[in-house]
Design a protein around this ligand. Structure first.
Ligand code: P6P
Length: 344
């Protein structure tokens, strides 16, 4: 008899039965997963769904809080997640890459004990060229006694996350989730419409020969990053003693999924263009959830100098430099930065 498929619902019920998640958190993950299914359908329609291209009226681009032109699917994905999470009673508030500030759950609905942060559609510049994109989410507890959370209540370090995940909309639609006990992958069975457990306990190999970075920024990097990547490119003729391969999808979800699946190091370091903002990628709904998933899979995540999950947020849209993936390789990259700082 073939092994019974374990659905996301069954997995979450078993996590709850084992006392690893609360009924509210189980509902939260189910609701987010259901929203991701709807986003997957919209993304999959592409031009047929009339949702490609930039948002905004008649030639007037719609710009989000990041200063980025919003795609129609960015706006749609954000709306799907807001609507799905409003009425369930599991959340006190939510925050999105697409919204200037966090929002308490409307007071027409009951409020719960969790805070949800998300990037509704990461990598959206890839949508119009049919490259994988994804949704990233992070779950925090609402501080005790706070019934109407404001931005300041979301500013918790990554170690405070109770769950995190992403859904990658690629050849498969795959939800990758941690509730603090390993990182697990669920692939969408489109015929049934449910996520099925396909990898229990993803593990990132400690070592790697593959790095992911946007090389076009090389001339803008800090000296330690120049030195680190320069040695990767020297391969077995250089101090690393092995040749490396490179990948760059320019969709964090796709690059991180590859690393969780076969190892590697992903980096979006400081460069002189993004340094004034603190980096390119956002801490609260990109770097922290990915760092939680990667650490739960045996990898490491750093700003290049500090463990990512220990960064104290100073703002909802705070940006950070990111190094994550195979533990030994992240440690090697960090060593270049710490040696540089020590010599300064
Ligand atoms: P660049 C997508 O816009 C994103 O936020 C991440 O998903 C991705 O890793 C990065 O930016 C790509 O940046 O500068 O290579 O286009």
């Amino acid at each position: 008899m073939t092994q019974a498929q374990i659905s996301l619902t069954r997995f979450l019920i078993e996590e709850q039965r084992a006392g690893r998640i609360t009924p509210e958190l189980r509902l939260l993950v189910e609701v987010v997963a259901r929203a991701c299914k709807r986003i997957s359908i919209a993304v999959g329609k592409g031009a047929l769904g009339g949702v490609l291209g930039d948002a905004g009226e008649a030639g007037q681009a719609s710009i989000n809080v990041q200063g980025e032109a919003q795609k129609k699917l960015d706006v749609l994905s954000n709306e799907i997640l807001l609507e799905a999470n409003a009425w369930g009673g599991h959340l006190a508030g939510l925050a999105s890459e697409e919204m200037d500030h966090s929002q308490p759950i409307p007071d027409v609905y009951p409020r719960g004990n969790y805070l949800l942060l998300f990037d509704p559609l990461d990598g959206s510049s890839n949508i119009d060229v049919n490259v994988s994109v994804g949704t990233i989410f992070s779950v925090l507890r609402c501080p005790e006694g706070v019934t109407t959370p404001g931005d300041e209540h979301f500013l918790q370090p990554g170690t405070a996350q109770v769950a995190a995940g992403y859904c990658v909309y690629g050849p498969q639609t795959t939800l990758v989730l941690t509730v603090g006990h390993g990182t697990h992958a669920f692939t969408l069975d489109r015929e049934v419409g449910s996520f099925v457990l396909t990898v229990r306990g993803m593990r990132i190999p400690e070592e790697t020969k593959e790095f992911a970075v946007n090389m076009s920024n090389q001339r803008f990097w800090e000296p330690p990053m120049q030195a680190y990547v320069g040695d990767l490119l020297r391969g077995k003729d250089g101090p690393r003693g092995k040749d490396f391969n490179m990948r760059w999808v320019a969709s964090m979800v796709a690059d991180v999924h590859r690393i969780l699946t076969r190892g590697g190091i992903f980096s979006y370091p400081l460069d002189s263009k993004c340094a004034p903002k603190g980096g390119k990628l956002r801490l609260m709904y990109e770097a922290n959830p990915m760092a939680f998933l990667v650490e739960q899979a045996g990898g490491a995540a750093s700003t290049g100098r500090t463990r990512m999950l220990e960064v104290q947020p100073t703002g909802l849209h705070m940006r950070v430099p990111v190094f994550l993936g195979s533990k030994a390789e992240v440690e090697a990259a960090v060593a270049y930065h710490l040696r540089h700082d020590a010599a300064a």
